[in-house]
Write a protein that binds this ligand. Sequence first.
Ligand code: SF4
Length: 369
Amino acid sequence: MPKNNKELRIDPWGTTSLLEEDYVRLIKEFGIQEIDEKVRQKAIKNRYIRRKIIFGHRDLQSVFKAVETQQPWAVMSGIKPSGPFHLGTSTTALEIIEFQKMGGKAYYGIADIETWEDNGLTYEESEEFAIDNIADLLALGLDPDPKKAYIWRQSEEPIVKDACFKVSRLVTQNMLNAIYGEKSFGLYLSALVQVGDIVLPQILDGPQPTVVPVGIDQDPHIRLTRDLTRRYYNGFFLPGATYHYLLAGIDGSEKMAKRNPNSYFTFNEPLESIERKIMGALTGGRRNKEEQQQLGGEPQKCMIYKILMYHFEDDDDRLTEAFQDCVRGELMCGDHKKECIEKVLKFIREHKKKKEKLIDKAKEILKVE
Ligand code: SF4
């Protein structure tokens, strides 16, 4: 990822890590709209908008209009079934659930074609992860009622593959190169399959506003899809999006990455391992107790604060209180880590119990024998 030079290209399959200034540039260069106070108030029930984790959007206004006029609208997202849920993947899953609660029908694609192209897992190999991921999604609270949700596998969804072929005749190598850089043909193809995923709600259930909650690293797919929707699908809404800040590795590394297991924890991990990783997380604390009391900590740089803010603290007031106590030097990192561990482990224990009971439902949804 080039920093501070002319070209700012994001790689949806790479290890994009961004500085604060990159977000500012992306907002400007790619025409992302900022979440201002007016937008925030309209979606104040959405935890990620309320807590300013989602910082930008495209066309969220058309969703608000649909909410006001009681017209149908869609929230679309998906997952590459290449491993268990972790803090990063759960963010998008929880976002889709928040939008479903606001009245949108949730569409969730299992990106097994992309998993083959990007990770080399066959459809059979990724099926186990797909079942596990859907059970997580249900345990987190997605309502699978067919009136409120539609879940598919790319490899088995004719609408998606058909859309991919249809829009492909509008796509040149140069276009893909400009958006993604030089990639294998398979990855280009999986980008076009994703176009099919994102327009599926409108093909299946008619033209309607669609919001796709993503990390900013997925914006190239959104731009490509909007361009092709505009050129191919007459009468469709241009798919909109919301963008959240990417979480850094909890150990202070640039990004959560599989090759660095201390940078993240999964929902399937032994509790002792999760505890150890949280104990080793990067904080915004000072060198010792005296300095912390004198200078106060820096919660905005702290992974403990972020772990709680993104997922594991339900109470906004407790978050604010911890932030202020930290800045005033009244909260010590050791105590805060213990509080964080307690909340995370409690969540994981309960989540595992819920999830066990939902494996069969996940298989039924994915039509696995
Ligand atoms: S007191 Fe808490 S929020 Fe502040 S730096 Fe330490 S762990 Fe982070």
